[in-house]
Design a protein around this ligand. Structure first.
Ligand code: 5RP
Length: 220
């Protein structure tokens, strides 16, 4: 079974968590794109949608949805998004698509966070996937030096500008044995907008598309 098919199956399994009258937060990436294409099928259940990126907003609009802002909806029902890695505690690395800041805001405001992945994303320890950090452009050097001190290898994502006008550093070779501590530590570096570690606000439910076509559900 291809990674795309597993992602599609995980996205489909997330639909069962959307109940009538809900406001749905939508993440970013290829897994979520499958979800967005399925949302018109349950249009009647959805009161409002909020989006984590310009790309997802455009796709939602193509699929007939008017997109609300988080300031309009306030705290809301359910956020559905993919991830680059998850551990068994449902702490995540996110930001492979560069949308981590708005994703983190939407995850924080959601009563429930459902994460949809294929089975290659479940890992014992986070950090094999380079950790994305959104940084203020003028602080790129400072943040890079701080990450080198933390034994990471920061690489600027060349030619990439986030929806918020910032840069991304992808930090390789980190062994993230304590995700909560590392998230807090990186958050303290001046110029860091968002670190793509979702440990303080992990997912509540992880849906994992597997090789056999099934979808495994994990909760903390
Ligand atoms: C975007 C993200 C995505 O959720 C993550 O990169 C996974 O992407 P995909 O669903 O394409 O595998 O964090 O910023």
């Amino acid at each position: 079974m291809s990674a795309s098919e597993k992602k599609r199956n995980a996205a489909e399994a997330a639909l069962q968590f959307i109940e009538p009258g809900m406001t749905v937060g939508v993440g970013t990436g290829s897994t979520v794109s499958f979800l967005i294409e399925m949302l018109p099928g349950i249009r009647d259940k959805i009161d409002h949608v909020v989006s984590s990126s310009k790309a997802s907003t455009a796709l939602l609009q193509e699929n007939g949805f008017e997109v609300s802002t988080l300031n309009e909806t306030g705290d809301y029902d359910i956020y559905i998004d993919g991830a680059d890695e998850s551990n068994k505690r449902l702490q995540l690395i996110k930001g492979g698509g560069g949308a981590l800041t708005r994703e983190k805001v939407l995850a924080a405001a959601a009563r429930r966070f459902v994460c949809i992945v294929d089975d290659t994303k479940l890992v014992g320890m986070l950090g094999n996937f380079p950790l994305p950090i959104e940084v203020l452009p003028m602080a790129q050097g400072l943040v890079s030096r701080r990450m080198l001190k933390m034994r990471g290898q920061p690489i600027w994502r060349e030619g990439f500008v986030t929806d918020n006008g910032n840069h991304i550093l992808d930090v390789h070779d980190l062994q993230i044995s304590n995700p909560l501590e590392m998230e807090a530590r990186i958050n303290r570096i001046p110029g860091v907008i968002t670190v793509g570690l979702f440990a303080d606000r992990p997912a509540d439910i992880l849906l994992i598309g597997g090789e056999d076509g099934g979808v495994r559900e994990m909760r903390v």
